[in-house]
Design a protein around this ligand. Structure first.
Ligand SMILES: *[C@@H]1O[C@H](CO)[C@@H](O)[C@H](O)[C@H]1NC(C)=O
Ligand SMILES: *[C@@H]1O[C@H](CO)[C@@H](O)[C@H](O)[C@H]1NC(C)=O
Length: 797
């Protein structure tokens, strides 16, 4: 829109203007005032009318604008005689802050040359807002800044002038700061931000304010700048622990480095002012050196060993949190130590009877025990037991004291020792247990007698043994031990063949060996029965006995004895064989015996020598001599056979017998043939000697008997006389021989009679036998007996 043109004519100015343009003829001067920013083609003023010129003149005069500054803003329209905006005029570009702002130019006409001066004043339009050089500014202000602190702010610039220029500033929000303007000498204003209310970083660390510059135009225009304030921290807050007391627990035996607790303190300050360092400020003595705190994380770690039993059950430590500014807080940490089952029960033996005798009664106390477990509660509560299959039991006598007792009868012979394992176990989880083994020995009591393996024994010994020969060794066993099992052997006294057993045998007390004291003869005694006692060394001793049958074994120590035919040197014993005898005629039978037994007495008969071997044979088994062929007249009357009798012993023994056989039909024939048999010289010498000796013995015995009988008769006669003299009523005569001290009492046997029997009988009997046997050879009675015997054997056969 074109503002209304205003023609201002100022006489004074015109004068001045004319003087400037004095070189030409300045015919008029006009001033126009237009606002800036008029669009192109806008009418500035009707120059023709104002100068009073005809449009034709303008044309003819080729009116144009003459200027030294610029001709780009205004143009002259010659058709209409008006001035128009050629280009949009910006006052601020044209004049800056200079006021007033005007364009000066001349309009020149030719033919004739005329000058017309035109001044166009450009008035300001509020077309520029105030503006700040920067969009934002940053301040760092300590929170400790005091009220009244000033901070210079950048000024805003508004190219417009006058009332359109910058008028004032506003600062928002107004919580902490206000804006203040200070007039400067050059008319500008300094902008200051003044702290009115102290800052608190902890509440608001970053502030953002908007500074607004306002101009005075209509409408107002503003420009803004952001003010960013970072509040710098000041150590105005102490650290604070999250809890006044921390409670923690730790297992005993926890490894070094275990985190016990973590303490936390907070500090509202920032940075180093809020960086907290933890430390242990004080500890009770028992916790010294046991814990450490990580100065940054507040972790409390175990540094040593905690032991519920040996050390403390709880600990108390003071923790301090300090920030870098030196402000601090403290807190307590209470640490409970938790008991763990870390101690095994310990068994200690207070007393022990070892060994115990096997005859100990049940409930005999063997050992007293004490069992301790250092742990507490269930961890320290113990049970105690032993293996159930033992004849022992364990009993609690009072807290932690136990007695181990026998629970049954004991027998060393079945179980000489026991390994009693005592197990004790606490009730912790997992439980701890401890074993202790008592090696209990059972001592022997003499409760077993020695025993022979069998009640009867039979031993053998060959006859003709050497005295001192060992027969058998006995061995008894005793289940006891030591002295109670030390066995001695004794021969029990008994009568053997009317003699004490010790006359035949002796027993080695140590070895139990039975020895023969003498040499035995099987033919005399075939067996003995003795008893041997075995006795142990206990106190009192126990014993048992064994019956031993000792059998004497036969040896071939006796040769066969020929009973028939009797071998008497002088006799003319001959068997008669009639010449008419048939083959197989029994001539005679050789009878022999052997006092040995068995094989040693098993006899066999053989013909050793014969006058005519072809005539006789001897039965091997029965000793029968028989003819083996018909006797002929040519056969000699006198046949002499030598028969050997052998027993079957090893080596065998033998005897020979000579059998005279007369092959004849009549006795005289025999006699004549056999005379040379009877006069055997050696045989007769022996007989004579034997006869003399026998006569001497018989005479001696006879005389001795006579002398004895007579002297006794005399003695008896004298005694009777003495008795009668005393009148028969005297007491017993003191010089009676002791043998007859009971005479005159009630004895039933008369001393005289007894005397006669005892003295006369043996005397006469011995004389009779001596005479009888002496005379046998002469009467040949004994050959008669033998013949008789042989006939007896024949009958048996
Ligand atoms: C007892 O223990 C010992 C040693 O371990 C062993 O030699 C012995 O045979 C054991 N006795 C019993 C009866 O088990
Ligand atoms: C021998 O032992 C038996 C039992 O074996 C006994 O009856 C007897 O009395 C004992 N004899 C002696 C003499 O001790």
């Amino acid at each position: 829109t074109v503002s209304s043109a205003e023609l201002v004519v100022r006489t004074g100015q015109v004068l001045l203007f004319f003087s400037v343009l004095s070189l030409s003829s300045v015919l008029g001067q006009v001033s126009y005032s237009i606002p800036e920013e008029m669009p192109r083609g806008s009418l500035v003023g009707n120059m023709a009318r104002d100068f009073g010129l005809d449009v034709k003149r303008l044309k003819s005069g080729k009116a144009r604008i003459f200027t030294r500054d610029s001709d780009e803003y205004i143009e002259l329209n010659n058709e209409r005689g008006v001035l128009l905006i050629k280009n949009r005029i910006n006052r601020e570009d044209l004049c800056g802050q200079t006021t007033p702002c005007a364009l000066h130019f001349q309009i020149i006409l030719e033919n004739p040359m005329e000058f017309y001066s035109v001044t166009i004043e450009i008035t300001d339009v509020n077309d520029n807002p105030p503006s700040f050089e920067k969009n934002n500014v940053i301040f760092k202000i300590s929170e400790s800044a005091v009220s009244g602190a000033k901070f210079i702010l950048d000024r805003a610039v508004d190219p417009d002038v006058g009332s359109n220029g910058l008028q004032t500033y506003k600062l928002e929000p107004t919580d902490n700061f206000v804006v203040k303007l200070h007039d400067q000498a050059d008319g500008t204003k300094n902008v200051e931000m003044v702290l009115e209310k102290p800052l608190d970083r902890e509440k608001n660390e970053h502030l953002s304010l908007i500074l607004t510059a306002v101009d005075g135009g209509e409408p107002q225009m503003t420009g803004t700048m952001q003010i960013l304030i970072t509040v710098l921290d000041v150590n105005d807050n102490a650290p604070v622990f999250t809890q006044p007391i921390y409670k923690a627990s730790i297992n005993e035996n926890a490894p070094v480095g275990t985190v016990v607790a973590t303490v936390t303190a907070t500090d509202e300050d920032h940075g180093s002012n809020g960086r907290i360092t933890y430390s242990i400020s004080s500890v009770l003595d028992n916790a010294r050196g046991l814990f450490e705190v990580n100065d940054e994380s507040g972790e409390i770690r175990l540094k040593g060993n905690v032991d519920y039993e040996k050390k403390a059950k709880h600990y108390e430590i003071d923790i301090e949190a300090t920030d870098k500014g030196g402000l601090a807080d403290t807190s307590k940490v209470l640490i409970e130590v938790t008991d763990l089952n870390d101690n095994a029960p310990v068994i200690s033996i207070i007393s022990l009877s070892n060994p115990i005798p096997e005859d100990s009664a049940p409930d005999t106390v063997i050992a007293m025990l004490n069992i301790k477990d250092l742990d507490s509660g269930k961890n320290g509560h113990v049970r105690c037991f032993i293996s159930p299959d033992l004849p022992f039991k364990i009993k609690s006598s009072s807290t932690n004291f136990y007695s181990l007792m026998s629970d049954d009868v004991l027998d060393r012979e079945t179980m000489p020792e026991y390994n009693i394992t005592i197990t004790t176990m606490d009730e912790g989880s997992p439980p701890y247990s401890t074993n202790k083994t008592i090696h209990l020995r059972i001592s022997d009591v003499n409760d077993h007698a020695p025993m022979f393996p069998q009640p009867f024994l039979t031993a053998f010994i060959a006859e003709n043994n050497s005295p001192g020969m060992s027969i058998i060794s006995l061995k008894a066993n005793d289940k006891d031990s030591g002295n109670n099992a030390r066995i001695s052997y004794f021969l029990e006294d008994s009568q053997l063949n009317g003699m004490s057993a010790s006359a035949f045998f002796s027993v080695n007390a140590e070895s139990g060996e039975i020895l023969a004291v003498r040499s035995f003869d099987y033919e005399q005694t075939k067996e003995f029965h003795i008893r041997v006692k075995a006795q142990d060394g206990g106190s009192p001793p126990l014993s048992s006995n064994v019956s031993v049958k000792i059998m004497i074994q036969d040896q071939n120590d006796n040769p066969p004895q020929v009973l028939y035919p009797v071998q008497t040197g002088g006799s003319l014993v001959a068997e008669m064989v009639p010449r008419s005898a048939d083959v197989g005629y029994l001539v005679t039978k050789v009878v022999a015996v052997d006092v040995d037994s068995g094989q040693n007495a098993w006899l066999s008969y053989k013909l050793q020598k014969a006058t005519d071997r072809a005539l006789f044979e001897v039965g091997l088994q029965n000793g029968e001599i028989r003819t083996i062929r018909q006797v002929t007249d040519k056969d000699a009357v006198k046949q002499r056979l030598t028969v050997i009798v052998e027993d079957n012993g090893q080596p065998s023994r033998s005897a020979t017998v000579i059998v005279n056989v007369a092959v004849a039909d009549s006795f005289p024939e025999v006699l004549s043939e056999f005379t040379d048999f009877t006069h055997d010289k050696e045989y007769n010498d022996n007989l004579t000697f034997y006869l003399v000796l026998a006569l001497a013995v018989v005479s001696f015995l006879f005389i001795t008997c006579l002398v004895v009988i007579i002297s006794v008769k005399i003695y008896r006669w004298r005694r009777e006389r003495l008795f009668y003299k005393a009148g028969g009523n005297l007491p017993v005569i003191p010089y009676y021989p002791p043998l007859y001290a009971d005479v005159g009492a009630t004895g039933t046997l008369k001393p005289a009679f007894s005397y006669e029997v005892t003295l006369h009988s043996p005397c006469f009997i011995s004389i009779f036998f001596a005479a009888f046997f002496t005379l046998i050879p002469f009467f040949d009675i004994h050959s008669f007996i033998l013949v008789y015997l042989s006939q007896f054997f024949n009958i048996l056969d």
